[in-house]
Design a binder for this molecule. Structure first.
Ligand code: PMP
Length: 451
């Protein structure tokens, strides 16, 4: 069957946006008045990614549910774009943080939680020595600096259409002619990132081999599976080839597990038996409290610590005053020890499969040219079939109007997806009933669309 009829789609989107505006007068009013004081009218400009026309304002969030200012309660599959993968306000994390709040928020001293968290992350991700940040972005920045320092090489390599936070070097892509270029819309880049970065398509082993052969790349920074241009999964042998090309060329491999932690307690690294030199992560492991972490092999840590020229203590460029603060540390400890424990993934993955199977049935029933991509507890529908195998293919499959229609239709019936793409994440608090609610509404949205 051809892609859905465009004029029908526009009419349906207009209808759904009108309903959205009617149903959310309080959020609409807050948004209208926020422009005076807030850049872009929102606390952070990405919050303008709002399919219904304006963002919903939060009242409260618990477990897999959020309630907005107009009193509507949603099944939340966005889960803070992974920041709330533990479920909103998980009891153990809240209790630990509450206790810490009475005992000091930020000091210039370590707390005992840090070594527990380091030991646990080492068990899960297989790299021995850990350090902390407040965001995954900073974890990536600092991991890149350390990789440059230890290899003495200037460049890094990333995959086209990757996202690793607002890290300057990573905002590059391969264009339709195969050229390495700055990403469109890059805000105030200090230098053209193609001078700092080599970029290849995900799953393209030949391009990786070529770009690493110059011997000037300190590290490959990658998600084991792309998640930020929609999910793109590795082909057979791809990740093994990445590892061996890095080893052959003396290039360090950094796995950014910030989103791929959906694959298992040790992320894709643990689930797929990968062997990176460094791992970066943030978001989920703090249960919603700001945190980030980067880990490296003991051998790498020893080499770095024995380099006398590196200022790792003061103004050298690796550091943040509030990084490793007691609140973040206790949040990570509680979340890892009591909420996102090893045993919760099988049920979350089963729910993601239930979600994906149901969407597949709808796609097949209507012979839509769509597909479903699965990454452990994360699942997504794509407007192409077969599923894309590179970032470029994935970007080309985007359809903003169709996405907006589905997101708004779902939101109007109390189901939220991640505002970017069509991604759904399961938490320990998500239930089969939540998934079935999505199935019911998604089915209705598609039936109206295909007529
Ligand atoms: N790495 C990955 C893979 C991400 O998806 C993101 C954010 N979506 C980041 C890093 C940056 O996270 P933060 O914005 O919390 O720093």
């Amino acid at each position: 069957m051809p892609a859905p009829d465009r004029s029908r789609l526009s009419d349906l989107l207009a209808r759904e946006r009108a309903r959205f505006a009617d149903d959310h007068p309080r959020s609409a009013a807050e948004y209208a008045s926020a422009r005076a004081a807030l850049f872009g009218g929102v606390p952070m400009t990405w919050m303008n990614k709002a399919s219904g026309g304006f963002p919903l304002y939060l009242d409260a969030a618990h477990g897999a549910r959020v309630r907005d200012l107009d009193g509507r309660v949603y099944v939340d599959f966005a889960l803070g774009d992974t920041g709330a993968m533990a479920g909103h306000a998980p009891a153990a994390t809240v209790a630990a943080v509450r206790a810490q709040l009475e005992r000091g928020l930020t000091v210039m001293m370590p707390t005992r939680d840090a070594s527990w968290v380091g030991t646990e992350l080492a068990r899960r991700f297989g790299v021995a020595r850990w350090s902390f940040a407040l965001t995954a972005t900073d974890a990536n920045r600092w991991a890149i600096r350390l990789a440059r320092a230890v290899t003495g090489r200037a460049k890094i390599l990333v995959n086209s259409y990757c996202y690793h936070g607002t890290v300057d070097e990573t905002l590059v892509k391969v264009d339709e002619h195969g050229a390495q270029v700055i990403r469109e819309g890059n805000v105030g880049a200090a230098v053209d990132p193609t001078t700092t970065t080599r970029v290849v398509e995900y799953n393209d082993v030949a391009a990786l081999e070529r770009e690493l052969s110059y011997g000037d790349v300190a590290c490959v920074l990658m998600e084991p599976a792309l998640t930020n241009v929609g999910i793109v999964l590795p082909e057979d042998g791809y990740l093994a080839a990445v590892r061996s090309l890095c080893t052959q060329t003396g290039t360090l491999l950094i796995n950014d597990e910030t989103h791929t932690v959906s694959a298992g307690p040790g992320g894709a690294t643990g689930a797929w038996g990968l062997h990176p030199d460094l791992v970066t992560i943030g978001k989920a492991i703090g249960g919603g409290i700001p945190c980030g972490a980067y880990g490296m092999s003991a051998e790498l840590a020893d080499r770095l610590e024995s380099m006398p020229d590196l200022d790792l203590v003061d103004m050298g460029g690796v550091g943040g005053t509030l990084a490793g603060n007691p609140v973040s540390m206790t949040a990570m400890r509680a979340t890892l020890s009591e909420v996102l424990t090893d045993d919760v993934w099988p049920a979350m993955i089963a729910l993601a499969d239930r979600f994906g199977d149901a969407v597949d049935e709808v796609i097949d029933a209507h012979e839509l040219p769509w597909s479903v991509s699965r990454l452990g507890a994360r699942v997504e529908y794509r407007f192409c079939r077969p599923a894309p195998r590179t970032g470029g293919e994935s970007a080309a499959a985007a359809d903003e109007e169709l996405e907006d229609y589905l997101h708004t239709y779902l939101a109007n019936r109390d189901v939220l997806l991640t505002p970017f793409h069509n991604m759904a994440l399961m938490s320990p608090a998500t239930t089969a009933g939540d998934v079935d609610r999505h199935t019911e509404v998604f089915t209705a949205a598609v039936e109206e669309l295909v007529g």
